[in-house]
Design a binder for this molecule. Sequence first.
Ligand code: AMP
Length: 282
Amino acid sequence: MVKCITTIEQLHAELNQAYLDHKTIGLVPTMGALHQGHASLIQASSKENDITVVSVFVNPTQFGPNEDFDKYPRTLEADLKLAANNNATIVFAPDIDTLYPSKDPSYLEVLGNVSEVLCAKSRPIHFRGVCTIVAKLFNVVRPTRAYFGQKDAQQVLIIKRMVKDFFIPVELRVMPIIREQDGLALSSRNKYLTNEQRTQALVLSQSLKHVANRFAQGERNVKTLVSEARKIIEQSPIAKIDYVEILALDELEAIDTIENKALMALAVYFGSTRLIDNIILE
Ligand code: AMP
């Protein structure tokens, strides 16, 4: 059975012997409302580590003032079941005061191009909040390995930078995007979609698939690929594009032609729900 722990003291009481015995600890940071995408990270961690800690915490500092912090789905009972079914050892579900003990929060921020492009343009404080909470969780859990999804491609690049720049002793493991059978990338926010929006949202994975095919056939022109992707997305009358971009990996610089590895990433609104998806072109 998985143990649900809410305080840092309890967590350390649970993990102290593991630290002394040099057991490997995998951390899977999540905001809960767990689905099969999260399950794939938990499974990977439980295969590769003696202990798997799944954190469930809706982190206020990564939400902008007009975003969905209040309505974000909170489903701890179901999350505990999913974590247990995927062999997690501990679910760490602290409250806000536990992880933000000071009245004025301190932040950890990664600067530079990776933190300024794509999602950062419409969510200017998002990645500062993500780095801050992930750094806190690393310090609290002290994991051997931490598991993140390629679904949040920019987040992965920024966390890699944070780990490198601050010499954080953790191995990052990045897992592939888990999709529904029809192609929609799993996301806790898919719960917000009406049936109509859910159907229309298929243009996202269709546009990425199209670009992957055109890339495989030899097309390397970024403008051409982006404009073809946009056309597919615009076939949905309710899709409102935030961005569709192809940028060079790993620094996310703008490019005209794909020469090495590139990331095609998009963010599109269906109603008030903003969905993201991506593929790597290489
Ligand atoms: P979240 O709860 O949305 O903050 O996500 C927690 C972790 O699960 C992040 O590392 C996400 O990238 C990852 N994740 C979310 N959706 C998926 C998915 N469809 N496939 C793989 N990983 C995912």
